[in-house]
Design a protein around this ligand. Structure first.
Ligand code: SF4
Length: 439
C-alpha cells in the first residue's frame, strides 16, 4: 500500500510527518522513525475493551447509567488522568462544574514544578522554531528529555533548511548536565561535520539544584572558592566545567536552558526550575536567552490550557459551591484519595493506555483508552475513542504556541468509539434528567 504522512498525538512534539502504511487494514508506522509513535499507532487500533461494571461486561448505556448513579451518590469526586483532547477537556470542565469536583492531571506532580515557578517568578520561554533556527548554545538539564519525546533532537537540531544562515557559520553546542550525552544527540553531532557538538558535564539528578545554583552564582560574579566547595556539600560538582559553561553562555548569541520537569523527580524540584529561569534572566542582561520546558505528553498542556481559558485557574482547582478554589497542595488528587477526603475518582485517559489510576477511593470510574488494561478492576469502565484516530481532535504542542488539528484516522481494524467529549455529554444528559439531585 502507498505510504502517507500522518500527524501523531503521542507526545508533546505533535509531529505531523510520520510516515505510515496501511497494512491489513491498519495504519502502521514505518520502523526507525519513533518507537513511541509505533507503539501508539498500534495500541490505538487494537481491539477495544468492552464496557464493564465491576468486571461484568455490560452495554455502554448500562455503564453510563451506573457511572451517573455513582456520581450522584458521592460527596467529593475527583476528576483526574486527563490525557484528553480539547473537546474532551471542555466536556470534563462542564462535568466538574456540575458535580462540584476537583480537577487534577494524572502527571501534575511534574507539571506543578513548572507551574509554581511560572506563578511566582515568571520566565522567558522559546518556541521549538526559535530553538531550531536561532539557538547556538542549548543546555539540557538532565538527559532523558529525548526518551520522553523521541524525535526531540531531530526536530530541533536535525539537518534541514535554516531560516537564518550565519556567515561564517556558527557551530551549535549542546551541553547536558547529566551523566551522558543521549545517543540520538550524539549521532546528529557525528553526522554534522562540526556544525553541532555535544558534551556532558556529569551531574547526578539529585545534584542538579546545587549545580544550577553554582552556575547562577558564577554568572553573578560570585565564584565559589574550592575550599568552600569541599566544605559545603558541593563535592562532585565540576567547578571548572561550570565556569567554562558560564563563559560560553555569556558568549552565546541565543542560549537556551531546556528540561523535562518529569525528570526532576525529587522534593522541591520547582526550585531547580526557578534557578534555571533565573539564569535565563541573568543572561538576558547582556545577550539573548530563553527557557524551553519540554512538556505536553499525555495532553497535560492541552487540558491545562482548556481549564485556564474556561476558569482562569490551572489544575488542582475545586469546583465547590459555585466558588472555584485553586490549592496546589490541598487539591492534589492523590492526596485527596490517600487522605480519604475524595470518595469517587473519575479517571480519564484516552491517549495513553499506560496512564492508569495509582489508587482507588470508594468508587472508581474509568473512561479509558481502548487498549487499557487495569491491574485492579474499577467499578465502572467505559472505553473511549483515541483522539486523532477515532474522532477529529485538537491538541496543544509542547511550546503552547501551536494547536494542531487532527482528522480522524479510523481504519477498518475496528469500528470507531465515541470520544471523551461524546461520552461525558451522555453522562451529563443522564445527570440533567435528575433535576434536584446534587449532580
Ligand atoms: S516524537 Fe512524539 S509526536 Fe513525534 S512521532 Fe514520536 S511520539 Fe509522535
Amino acid at each position: 500500500m502507498p505510504e502517507s504522512r500522518q500527524a501523531c498525538p503521542f507526545c508533546g512534539l505533535l509531529c505531523n510527518d510520520v510516515v505510515a502504511r496501511e497494512v491489513a487494514g491498519r495504519l502502521t508506522v514505518e520502523p526507525g522513525q519513533c518507537p513511541l509513535a509505533e507503539r501508539g499507532f498500534e495500541q490505538a487500533q487494537a481491539p477495544a475493551a468492552e464496557s464493564r461494571i465491576g468486571g461484568r461486561v455490560v452495554s455502554r448505556d448500562q455503564a453510563l447509567d451506573e457511572a451517573a448513579r455513582r456520581l450522584r451518590a458521592c460527596s467529593l469526586p475527583v476528576i483526574s488522568g486527563l490525557a484528553v483532547d480539547v473537546g474532551g477537556m471542555r466536556a470534563l470542565v462542564e462535568l466538574a462544574h456540575r458535580c462540584r469536583a476537583v480537577v487534577d492531571h494524572g502527571n501534575s506532580d511534574a507539571k506543578m514544578r513548572n507551574l509554581l515557578t511560572m506563578q511566582t517568578d515568571g520566565w522567558m520561554s522559546a518556541t521549538l522554531s526559535e530553538v531550531r533556527h536561532r539557538a547556538d548554545r542549548v543546555v539540557f538539564i538532565g538527559a532523558t528529555a529525548g526518551d520522553r519525546q523521541p524525535r526531540l533532537f531531530e526536530r530541533l537540531f536535525g539537518p534541514g533548511p535554516a531560516l537564518f544562515e550565519r556567515q561564517p557559520p556558527v557551530p551549535r553546542q549542546l551541553v547536558f548536565l547529566a551523566d551522558r550525552v543521549p545517543a540520538a544527540a550524539q549521532a546528529l553531532a557525528d553526522a554534522s561535520a562540526g556544525a553541532l557538538t555535544c558534551a556532558a558535564i556529569p551531574v547526578a539528578t539529585g545534584d542538579l539544584p546545587r549545580a544550577l545554583g553554582v552556575l547562577s552564582a558564577i554568572l553573578q560574579g560570585r565564584m565559589p572558592a574550592a575550599k568552600d566547595v569541599a566544605a559545603s556539600g558541593l563535592r562532585g560538582i565540576d567547578l571548572p566545567a561550570l565556569q567554562a559553561l558560564a563563559a560560553d553562555l555569556r558568549q552565546a548569541r541565543y542560549a537556551v536552558l531546556a528540561w523535562a520537569a518529569a525528570e526532576l523527580d525529587y522534593p522541591h524540584a520547582e526550585l531547580t526550575v526557578a534557578t534555571a529561569a533565573r539564569i535565563v534572566r541573568l543572561l538576558n542582561r547582556d545577550t539573548r536567552a530563553a527557557c524551553l520546558p519540554l512538556g505536553g505528553n499525555d495532553a497535560d498542556l492541552t487540558s491545562d490550557a482548556v481549564l485556564l481559558w474556561q476558569t482562569g485557574l490551572p489544575f488542582r482547582t475545586a469546583f465547590r459551591e459555585d466558588v472555584l478554589r485553586y490549592d496546589p497542595v490541598g487539591n492534589r488528587a492523590q492526596r485527596l484519595i490517600d487522605d480519604r477526603e475524595a470518595d469517587l475518582l473519575l479517571w480519564v485517559s484516552s491517549l495513553n493506555p499506560g496512564l492508569v489510576p495509582r489508587s482507588h477511593p470508594d468508587a472508581t470510574i474509568v473512561f479509558g483508552h481502548p487498549a487499557m488494561r487495569l491491574e485492579r478492576e474499577p467499578d465502572v469502565f467505559i472505553p473511549v475513542g483515541v483522539p486523532a484516530f477515532d474522532h477529529p481532535s485538537h491538541l496543544f504542542r509542547s511550546d503552547k504556541v501551536v494547536a494542531i488539528h487532527y482528522e480522524a484516522k479510523s481504519t477498518p481494524a475496528r469500528p470507531p468509539l465515541p470520544g471523551v467529549a461524546a461520552t461525558v455529554q451522555a453522562l451529563l444528559t443522564r445527570l440533567a434528567a435528575d433535576a434536584g439531585v446534587r449532580c
